[in-house]
Design a protein around this ligand. Structure first.
Ligand code: BDR
Ligand code: CA
Length: 310
């Protein structure tokens, strides 16, 4: 039986590749996409989510969620993702409208209606929708099978500030709620995603698929690669969010440690830092499987094979 997932997302080119990977994979049943403000404002992330589903030729509901973090002003990342959040090849306007139900209400209802332990949440952006659902309906917290998320960093430290990774930095209060919820967590930090770099050969392989999906993935990668190669001097761009979906399909591609991770919400200097007890120097209870390594070639093999199915 496929694993039921809800993808909570702020597309984002790497979110888009993650969503396509999930939609191409029979091991997963995507119940819905829930959009959140992050890389760009909500009006764009919700629209991008609809366009991605239609690009894949699937019919999955898209719910719009929170348009601002719990306690702060929204910080966006057009400098990485472009002004639409999904710059690259232009996609047609969505033919199907958003689902009318708010993302938070959908998450609550889905978890209440399904048996305990049958839905996995996959957040690929700031954790605002998930934390809001947990705050409003604490009864759903023990019903979540697992949360597999992209966010944080330990060895790589920060990408949006010297200390913090973007998804956690944008809504640290939400992240704190999720990390303290008691739900089993699997975290894909920058420590992993910065090892999952695209190569020129892979991008050209995508382009030579000759499909709308292949063209889109190649053009998205070309677009956001420029930012990372200029910043880090690396040869390719990190496909952050697809690590979450790849883990659900092939967990053996990743290695990590079950440790305690706390979120910094007080300090201006290190706001949104994931304080990961990687060396187990505290007695704080482990609350997350914090990943550190990835079989890069295996990850790209999986992506090529699955995206070729769409
Ligand atoms: C994360 O931030 C976003 O820009 C990406 O989509 C990814 O989810 C990486 O820090
Ligand atoms: Ca994202």
């Amino acid at each position: 039986m496929p694993r039921k997932i809800i993808i909570d997302t702020d597309p984002g080119q790497d979110d888009a590749v993650a969503i396509l990977l999930a939609l191409a994979s029979p091991e997963l049943e995507v119940l819905a996409l829930t959009a959140v403000a992050g890389n760009v404002p909500l009006a764009l992330t919700q629209r991008n989510a609809c366009q991605i589903v239609e690009l894949a030729g699937k019919h999955i509901p898209v719910h719009a969620g929170c348009d601002a973090p719990l306690a702060r002003k929204l910080v966006t990342a057009e400098h990485v993702h472009g002004k639409t959040g999904l710059d690259g090849i232009p996609l047609p306007d969505p033919a199907h409208p958003l689902h009318g139900q708010h993302a938070v209400d959908f998450i609550i209802q889905a978890l209440r209606e399904h048996p305990t332990g049958s839905i996995t949440l996959c957040p690929l952006g700031p954790l605002t929708n998930i934390a809001t659902a947990f705050q409003r309906a604490p009864d759903i917290i023990p019903k979540v099978a697992e949360i597999v998320l992209m966010g944080g960093a330990y060895f790589e430290v920060g990408n949006i500030t010297p200390a913090a990774e973007f998804n956690i930095y944008v809504d640290p209060e939400a992240a704190e709620i999720v990390f303290r919820s008691g739900v089993p967590l699997v975290v894909m930090p920058l420590d992993v995603t910065h090892k999952a770099l695209t190569s020129r050969e892979w991008v050209e392989e995508m382009r030579s698929l000759g499909t709308p999906v292949g063209q889109a993935v190649a053009s998205w990668t070309d677009f956001f690669e420029r930012f990372d190669t200029a910043k880090y001097g690396s040869a390719g761009a990190p496909l952050h969010d697809p690590c979450v979906i790849a883990y659900l399909i092939e967990p053996a591609l990743f290695t990590g440690r079950h440790i305690n991770v706390e979120i910094e919400t007080g300090s201006e200097l290190t706001l949104g830092m994931t304080v990961a007890d990687w060396w187990r120097v505290t007695k704080r209870e482990p609350n997350a499987m914090f990943m550190g390594g990835v079989d890069r070639d295996g990850f790209y093999r999986l992506l090529t094979e699955r995206l070729g199915r769409l």
